[in-house]
Design a protein. Structure first.
Length: 267
């Protein structure tokens, strides 16, 4: 079955590359506004780039991977080609299934997804939610497409703003911690190259240990923290700085911003 991917930027390319690992390029149609980007993708992946309306006409499943404020105009552009039996999968932050359904003919199935950028290296985390006309078959189709970029879980749509705050924006928090630790190493006299190598492998190793051991992070942190030692000294400083409370407030801010996008506030 043909899949149309509309909007091939950062997230669109991650999805495109993942899908092509399991399906031939002839199964995929791409709609992309920027001609130079379209040419780049054709050269890199051998995919056919066509107009959005043509892509929707020829596809069974349509992936919407444009920025949230571009979703409405894009749906208006392609709605005449949409038909019941098709599946529309939206990856746009804060765009509800009700919004997408309201712009398409009655009976078109809609699934909402919140992905994240580690999808670029096959280590993504995506949460999916069904709209009014989506059943298990449509959820399984969306799951299969997303699984090519990492893990997939199902959540009620009411939790998507929280998911966006945790795993959608989450990689940015981790990169922020990485930047801060590298800067810390440089302050202690390490070269930037050495500090970067130490931090990147420490984060990758810690993430692998957390996932593969199945242990709670508290247990893993306690194993690093010798009584009266260096880690205890550092953690005390983080507690004094209220870093944990800041994380709670930061995730609330991201959740609230996702809610605001849902109610149509401008970007
Ligand atoms: N970047 C991230 O970490 C995440 C992004 N998302 C969502 O994914 C969506 C895409 O985000 P990015 O890939 O980061 O944005 P991006 O700006 O890199 O890509 C959007 C692409 O859509 C194209 N486009 C815009 N209007 C179009 C139209 N009418 N027809 C065809 N192509 C069109 C643009 O030229 C661009 O290549 C957004 O809705 C965002 O909320 C969700 C989770 C994480
Ligand atoms: O910052 C954003 O709005 C998007 C959604 C989650 C990650 N990036």
């Amino acid at each position: 079955m043909t899949v149309a991917l509309l909007g091939a930027g950062v997230m669109g390319e991650a999805l495109l590359a993942g899908i092509l690992q399991g399906r031939p390029a002839s199964d995929l149609l791409v709609g992309e506004k920027r001609p130079e980007r379209a040419a780049e993708l054709t050269e890199r992946y051998g995919v056919e780039v066509v107009g959005n309306a043509e892509a929707v006409r020829r596809a069974g499943t349509v992936l919407l991977v444009v920025k949230p404020h571009d979703v409405g105009p894009l749906l208006d552009e392609v709605a005449a080609e949409a038909r019941p039996g098709q599946l529309f999968v939206s990856l746009a932050a804060g765009i509800t299934t009700a919004f997408v359904e309201s712009r398409l003919p009655a009976g078109v199935a809609v699934v909402r997804v919140m992905p994240n950028t580690p999808a670029l290296v096959g280590e993504g985390m995506a949460a999916i939610s069904p709209g009014t006309h989506s059943g298990d078959e449509q959820l399984r189709e969306a799951e299969e497409l997303l699984r090519s970029t990492g893990r997939v879980t199902r959540v009620p749509e009411s939790q998507q703003d929280a998911v966006t705050a945790v795993s959608g924006s989450g990689p940015a928090y981790v990169f922020y911690v990485a930047e801060s630790m590298i800067e810390g190493g440089v302050h202690l006299g390490l070269t930037r190259a050495t500090a970067t190598e130490l931090v990147v492998q420490t984060l990758a190793g810690s993430a692998a240990l957390l996932r593969d051991s199945g242990e709670h992070p508290t247990v893993l942190r306690e194993r690093v923290t010798s009584p009266g030692g260096t880690t205890a000294a550092a953690l005390r400083q983080l507690e004094d700085g209220k870093v944990r409370a800041d994380f709670l407030a930061a995730l609330e801010a991201a959740r609230d911003r996702s809610r605001a996008l849902s109610s149509g506030e401008p970007a």
